[in-house]
Design a protein around this ligand. Sequence first.
Ligand code: N01
Length: 532
Amino acid sequence: MDEDRPQYDAVVIGAGFAGMYMLKTLRDAGFRVRAFERGGDVGGTWYWNRYPGARCDIESLYYCYSFSEELQQEWRWTERYPSQPELLRYARHVAERFDLRRDISFRTEVRAASYDEAHDRWAVRTDDAELTARFLITAVGCLSATSTPDFPGIDTFRGEAFHTGRWPHEEVDFTGKRVGVIGTGSSGIQAIPVIAEQADHLTVFQRAAQFSVPAHNHPLSDQEQRRVKADYARLRAEARMSPSGILCERLEVNAVDVPREELRAELERRWRIGGTTFCAAYPDTLRDLAANELSAEFVREKIRATVRDPETAELLCPRDHPIGTKRICVDTDYYATYNRPNVSLVDLRKHPIAAITPAGLRAGDREFELDAIVFATGYDAMTGPLNRIDIRGTGGRRLADEWAAGPRTYLGLACVGFPNLFTITGPGSPSVLSNMIVSIEQHVEWIGAHLVHLREHGVRRSEADAEAQREWGEHVDEVAAATLYPRAASWYTGANVPGKPRVFMPYIGGVGTYREICDGVAADGYRGFRLT
Ligand code: N01
């Protein structure tokens, strides 16, 4: 082995919320760690997603670390839902408070990593350096590999083009401009109302309509903060064992068994509360189409009641997927934006985008002149960020090849043939179906404890066992199949990226259940891992 290369105990890829906490955890446990981050600072998602209106759809007081009592008490959130700038300030505060930056190389991408079987070490190659580490831990995020459709003529556009997930750091001013937004997922739905206020004219290009629930964002009072902070220990403990890492009221009765008037009143109450938990009221909403349709139609009625032009309203009514089976959107004034005289909606199902042109775009036989195009077209989710790194395990096998038919993991944490590689919020774990911070903390703490165990027991290799991985994959498929989720052409299933295998990637068995499974695996001496 080339001993000139710097040697670490662990390399962490990424310095978003997962990478920062992983770095801290391992450093505190006495490991020599280096983190690499392609962005210019910490923050991950919240470093890149600077588009107008970018805001988290989980409430501030819960979308933050719980590992430090001092940290969670001292940080003061200003609004119910944190805006991107506030989240980035928070990430920077954490980096400073725990002196993390000294172990992070910024503007540095990890290009490749291969497992050196003779020495049981990962050889890691970045843009400008080579190094080795016993352990490789990916903290690359689930939604960090942007996806821009390969529209004909895309490079010919003379105006400005942006992807929501790679927004420039300088201010973008749409005043007096004709702007087109392609995509109406969470990003588009947040950006559209804000861009509409600035632009001369905004044209929204919609393929599938999405369900969106109002955020009802508001400033957070001191009283509200004090109430939650005084009870943090209990609230956090409850969130960790909940289905999604998000606290909300869940009823035990099925929607189909509730008298219609009562059901409407309950949905109305939840609509007024707002937020992602709208679909969590009844246990059958995400399992039974008839139950689902009750909530779906409730939202369609809200759309019709808000949008004045009946044709536009109908076009905005989602019909191609059960509500909640694509990540539900949370908005501020999204539907009402279509009442503005400077906003128009184009149905891409009727008029698909034929080409991007130098002057704008052509959809069907219609030409749209645009000064700027915003691609709110989403991500090559979950597997994309990992497959874009050339990761090679034992026998030279490539992770991207191993996952060619869809990702296969043990617990979303490890993969057969890739010893000492751990994937924070990897496919096969709850990740995107949860409050990411809750899932990140659980994975980081589990991985941290595992590495300490390996060190204490002189283990050089920890590798998922093939049988354990197969069984876990079957379980992940089985629990997904019992829900309506696989029916949607969503990014959860890879359907949004042409050619990507259709596999429901996250584990839908619940955050609390999953935590118990992982704790059980550890308590049984890391059952399902081969420790040698
Ligand atoms: O991406 P998306 P996103 N031609 O994939 C359309 C999280 N997030 O960035 O539905 C035309 O959801 C596509 O159309 P269709 C959150 O988990 C959270 O908005 O495939 N259109 C769709 O409308 C979220 O779910 C927050 O028919 C094309 C849109 O582009 C996830 O990130 C904020 C197209 C993509 O929607 C991703 O959200 C933002 C094509 N060829 C994001 N290809 C909050 O916390 C794609 N589209 C609030």
